[in-house]
Write a protein that binds this ligand. Structure first.
Ligand code: AMP
Length: 282
């Protein structure tokens, strides 16, 4: 595996390897776990050269968020990438102009709901860093997790709106045994919070089960989920919403289109998110 810190170094390594090979990029912020590695596996199936980037993108964090405490486990991450057969690992120290950015990107409607509400500017920061990575690496495909479904949708929209020559692909959420979506932020959870955290997935499965029993009204499904979650004082619900799978617009009835339930909750001071597709059985 080739490890590069500088964009120029990576460009040369890629130019040597590229020839007619397909390049896949898996962008991450490190503290890698089985969820990240599932993206790498998918990338390996679909491309000849797999590049993983590890960069804790400062501009997607707001001031009160956890940029300084975000888990950093680079030596472990390098070993995991090596074992997983990653071809190139890009670990830049800084991707932004020293004099501050003159040019930025703004995500509009799709960033105004769900996580965008409590994290203003977050998706602008994500769009910016993914653009920079795409420009340095010029991947044919880029793989993102469905765990961050709003991010995946926004990035799909970005490459479409900006005619970017890269295909954005989603990959399913990898979970712990009790259903909790794997996340680098799970490291923050103490024993008690970790127990509470599994109710997030349970809430989504309660909604899913209610749908399978024939309840298609979104308002009722949200009631099912929130009344379950309200029983647990260790979890503070930020939002529980059902939205259209592709547009993220509000939806009131499941049988009109494919929808998805989205949840964000604070558990023991840590903000966790998850989602589940709701497709009415044929
Ligand atoms: P992060 O390092 O948290 O920024 O995540 C990097 C990529 O891994 C993003 O595309 C995430 O959506 C994806 N990811 C994170 N957790 C999981 C998971 N449990 N299952 C699948 N993909 C994930």
């Amino acid at each position: 595996m080739i490890i590069c810190k500088e964009p120029a170094e990576l460009r040369i390594a890629l130019a040597n390897a590229r020839d007619r090979n397909r390049v896949a990029l898996v962008p991450t912020m490190g503290c890698l776990h089985a969820g990240h590695l599932s993206l790498v596996e998918k990338a390996k199936r679909l491309a000849d050269i797999v590049v993983v980037s590890i960069y804790i993108n400062p501009i997607q964090f707001s001031q009160h968020e956890d940029l300084s405490s975000y888990p950093r486990t680079l030596a472990h991450d390098i070993a995991l990438c090596e074992d997983a057969g990653v071809d190139m690992l890009f670990t830049p120290e800084n991707l932004y102009a020293a004099h501050g950015a003159n040019i930025t990107l703004s995500v509009h409607r799709m960033a105004q709901s769900l996580c965008g509400k409590s994290r203003p500017g977050h998706f602008n920061g994500v769009a910016m860093v993914v653009n920079i990575l795409f420009n340095i690496i010029r991947p044919d495909i880029a793989i993102f997790g469905e765990k961050d479904f709003q991010q995946l949708t926004i990035l799909r929209q970005m490459v479409s709106d900006l005619h970017m020559p890269v295909e954005v692909l989603g990959s399913e959420t990898i979970r712990e045994c009790d259903g909790l979506a794997m996340s680098s932020r799970n490291h923050y959870l103490d024993k008690e919070a970790r127990k509470h955290a599994s109710h997030i997935y349970r809430t989504l499965t309660m909604i899913y089960d209610a749908m399978n029993k024939g309840e298609y009204r979104c308002e009722k499904l949200i009631e099912v989920g929130s009344s379950y979650l309200n029983r647990y004082s260790g979890i503070q619900l930020e939002y529980l919403e059902i939205r259209h799978e592709y547009t993220l617009q509000n939806t009131d009835q499941l049988d009109k289109q494919i929808s998805r339930a989205f949840i964000a909750a604070i558990v023991g001071g840590t903000r966790l998110i998850d989602n589940m597709i709701l497709e009415v059985p044929a």
